[in-house]
Design a protein around this ligand. Structure first.
Ligand SMILES: [Zn+2]
Length: 288
């Protein structure tokens, strides 16, 4: 997935009415749209929603995606929220609304009823009764395979494009007791593991699985216009950031390797050694 000016290429962009100021996103927040399932219904609502509500991406039941806010601009999807000691998650997150009716109740006759009164056949829509401490009890509609696949592709695209991103979470986690989305059937742990990498390659292992810089005095220039690049303790996107490096800074390369299909460099900066994503580092060609 490619981006231009923080808009995903190949994905329809329908500009939201409520677009805030510039942000540096560090997490992605997943939501249920809690609306009707018809294609475009939630997208149309969110595009012109009242009270400052908006979101970056909408993921339809058929796996199609639309974008309404650039990834470096503030959208109004989280409300009162906090993440690891920081309030106001809209100021540092990208929101994805997944089309799903949200919590439903038993309507009898093998049907579940959404808050907006529509009833769904429990077996046809893979609806299950689940209770968790975070969600309470309810009937919940399973996500489609197309949604899970497209969601993973979108997250991989975002993490490849935005070096400041460190985590994927859901609305219930950042607004506990107030919000229950995504629903208990969403495979959040699995998604986090697949996108972020569950089994971190630790420093020693990473050294063993990588090679020394291929030339002596190899240098690279950090290339993250208007942003900073995370330097990490080991080559993965799990929360392991030890420092950030500003755009255009030139750093020496110590080792290089490929982990989970992605090229990484071990560099030295500010008295520390750590790993950076190679795609954001341009080789410096040395001439005599
Ligand atoms: Zn939500």
């Amino acid at each position: 997935m490619k981006f231009k000016n923080h808009i995903a290429q190949g994905i329809p962009f329908d500009r939201a009415q409520n677009i805030g100021g510039v942000i540096t996103p560090t997490i992605v927040v997943l939501h249920d749209a809690a609306g009707r399932l018809e294609h475009g219904n939630s997208a149309n609502y969110l595009r012109t929603a009242p009270r400052g509500v908006s979101v970056h991406f909408i993921l339809e039941r058929d796996g199609s995606i639309s974008q309404q806010v650039p990834t470096n601009r503030r959208a109004g999807h989280a409300g009162t929220s906090h993440y690891h000691g920081r309030d106001g998650v809209n100021d540092f997150s990208i929101g994805i609304e997944i089309v799903n009716p949200g919590r439903m109740t038993d309507a009898g006759n093998g049907k579940a009823r959404a808050w907006y009164k529509q009833e769904f056949d429990i077996s046809e829509f893979g609806i299950q009764a689940v209770t968790t401490p975070e969600h309470g009890s309810g009937l919940w509609m399973d996500y489609t395979e197309a949604q899970i696949e497209a969601g993973e592709a979108l997250l991989n695209g975002l993490f490849g494009y935005i070096p400041t991103l460190t985590d994927i979470t859901s609305h219930w986690y950042i607004s506990p007791g107030r919000k229950v989305d995504t629903n208990p059937l969403f495979p959040l742990a699995q998604m986090r593991a697949r996108v972020l990498g569950r089994d971190d390659v630790q420093s020693a292992e990473a050294d063993e699985a990588s090679a020394p810089a291929h030339q002596e005095d190899e240098m690279v220039a950090i290339n993250v216009p208007g942003s900073t690049l995370n330097m990490r303790r080991w080559p993965s996107f799990n929360p392991n950031v030890i420092s950030t490096i500003a755009d255009d800074v030139v750093v020496p390369v110590i080792r290089e390797g490929t982990f989970d299909g992605r090229a990484w460099l071990k560099v030295r900066h500010g008295g520390l050694e750590g790993w950076i994503v190679r795609s954001h580092a341009d080789p410096i060609t040395q001439s005599n």
